[in-house]
Design a protein around this ligand. Structure first.
Ligand code: SF4
Length: 209
């Protein structure tokens, strides 16, 4: 696609309030919430995090958490043993390597236990004011249907991120990701609602139908 900006402009109009649906008040909370959101809905994570953040309001407190107590608290989000290890490991690494501050840097973030590129991009873009383009299954599906990325790139989130970040300036990355995610949840679902879609005129999948 030669000029992708009209696509992102149309998505902006269709989803004017696009933003992460996770609740947080700082980078540490968003990092923890994003780790919990793996294989879980944002709504369910938001039910668990108020008590979590009250009991463990800082990386230092979370690093010292009793694993059994933490497991009980986060159990509703699923995979709670693995997530407990990730949360305590992440908190220890933030304390030991970064003086208790979530590092504003992709390489340092993905070095933390339980943190991959998607989580790092979520935190960079939503809590640290830096460019970040989170790529999840919705982004991959919608971007590939429209023709923003190739079918091959849609099989590899890192390749897809690389391509998508060439399509618009860094200060638009996070919002572009948020609109693609919302579009995937609400309109371009696995069974797409093309008649309600604002980017029909630009969409390769729609043209082929
Ligand atoms: S036209 Fe249909 S397939 Fe294309 S982006 Fe819109 S909903 Fe998805």
């Amino acid at each position: 696609m030669k000029d992708a900006l009209p696509v992102f402009d149309a998505l902006d109009v269709q989803h004017p309030n696009a933003w992460t649906e996770l609740h947080f008040s700082n980078a540490f909370e968003l990092l923890a919430a994003t780790i919990l959101s793996a294989q879980c809905t944002d709504a369910r994570v938001n039910q668990v995090t108020p008590a979590l953040f009250k009991k463990y309001p800082s990386p230092k407190k979370l690093a010292a958490a009793d694993p059994a107590e933490l497991e009980t608290l986060i159990q509703p989000t699923g995979f709670f043993r693995m997530k407990t290890r990730s949360l305590i490991g992440m908190a220890n690494a933030v304390v030991d390597r970064h003086g208790g501050q979530v590092p504003p840097d992709m390489d340092a973030l993905v070095d933390l236990p339980g943190v991959g590129r998607k989580t790092a991009n979520v935190v960079l873009g939503h809590a640290l004011g830096l460019p970040g383009f989170p790529v999840d299954r919705h982004v991959l599906r919608v971007a590939s249907r429209i023709g923003l990325i190739s079918a091959k790139a849609a099989e590899d989130a890192v390749k897809a991120e690389k391509k998508l970040t060439t399509l618009l300036p860094p200060d638009r990355w996070t919002r572009a990701s948020d609109t693609l995610i919302l579009h995937g949840r609400r309109i371009c679902k696995p069974k797409p609602l093309c008649e309600r879609c604002a980017v029909r005129a630009h969409c390769a999948y729609y043209r082929k139908r």
